[in-house]
Design a protein around this ligand. Structure first.
Ligand SMILES: O=c1ccn([C@@H]2O[C@H](COP(=O)(O)O)[C@@H](O)[C@H]2O)c(=O)[nH]1
Length: 309
């Protein structure tokens, strides 16, 4: 899967991932009304609205992008119908040949992590059958419970040739509360970065590892340091757009081969039609606005990479 991700980034020339993080407040009235007419103002109605919204965005952008990152929390808030919409979204994106990164941020004691790994990237044994449940290509993981929370994912991913992005330095304002604390004189995120490099060293694709890292666009200097600590790890970079990150901040997240980082934007793409810049599209054409926002994001990042050469 890491080879597929790298190849798709090279083919599209778009080192970006569209975050499918639908909130009802982003979903145009005409979609909500249709879904509520059919299913009522219920969890089922909400789930139908987010599925129709996602589908239109995917239809209008899939030819420009290598990957999507559905955030499971946005679906879980609608309970079981929400999780069904999550699964429908994953399957549809895979039909469109997109790489799917499930933003699930799991990590628990070994036996529980093993169950999460089975459900999200593996296959569960049911009688004589082995069945893939959610079946993402990559997942995000929280490593702060230690190696035994990550190892089950490594085992399952090795079997399935799938991958993971491990939280190293997150984009949020209080990420420093714990991640920046000094341990033997070094920030904790650097030590986690070293561990990611170590985990990845015996789980390599052709040029990059199946074990990637999450580093926020909002911390460019730390991104530069972590790039050197984890040269073979793909870095998933959230924090672009709605959280303030811009192309010029991201140059040092990439390696000299122009690869090694994939930048996420969720609200900045899926709710683009709400921004003044894309207001010309109108609510009806929200997915066209998302397409324009993808094109602008790619131009911003590639422009910054060119300028830095
Ligand atoms: O450090 C992190 C890790 C994950 N995220 C997730 O990425 C998206 C960001 O959404 P935007 O709308 O582009 O701000 C969201 O799913 C977060 O849970 C992150 O922001 N930072």
């Amino acid at each position: 899967m890491i080879n597929k991700l790298t190849a798709k980034i090279q083919k599209t020339k778009a080192p970006i991932v569209v975050g499918l993080d639908p909130m009802l407040s982003y979903i145009p009235k005409h979609i909500q009304e249709k879904a509520f007419h059919e299913f009522g103002e219920t969890l089922e109605g909400a789930a139908e609205a987010i599925w129709q919204f996602n589908k239109e965005i995917v239809d209008k952008t899939y030819d420009l992008i290598p990957a999507v990152k559905p955030q499971i929390a946005m679906y879980e808030q609608f309970g079981i119908p929400g999780l069904q919409a999550f699964k429908k979204t994953l399957d549809y994106c895979k039909e469109k040949d997109l790489v799917v990164i499930g933003d699930i941020k799991r990590g628990d004691i070994g036996s529980t992590s093993a169950a999460y790994a089975t459900g999200h990237v593996g296959k569960v044994q049911v009688g004589a059958n082995k069945i893939a449940a959610f079946d993402e290509d990559f997942v995000t993981l929280n490593p702060y419970m230690g190696a035994d929370s990550i190892n089950p994912f490594i085992d399952v991913c090795k079997e399935e040739k799938k991958g993971m992005f491990i939280l190293v330095k997150t984009s949020n304002p209080s990420s420093g509360d714990f991640q920046d604390q000094l341990v033997d004189g070094r920030p904790l995120y650097e030590l986690v970065g070293e561990k990611v490099a170590q985990w990845g060293s015996d789980f390599m694709g052709d040029s990059y590892s199946y074990v990637g890292a999450v580093v926020g666009a909002t911390y460019p200097e730390m991104g530069k340091t972590l790039r050197k600590i984890m040269p073979k790890a793909y870095i998933l970079v959230p924090g672009y757009g709605a959280q303030g990150g811009q192309g010029k901040d991201l140059v040092h997240f990439f390696n000299e081969d122009g690869l090694g980082a994939i930048v996420n934007s969720s609200r900045g793409i899926i709710a683009a039609y709400k921004q003044e810049k894309y207001a010309r599209f109108g609510e009806e054409n929200f997915a066209e606005a998302s397409r324009a926002a993808v094109e602008d994001m790619v131009a911003d990042i590639n422009g910054a990479l060119e300028a830095a050469k």
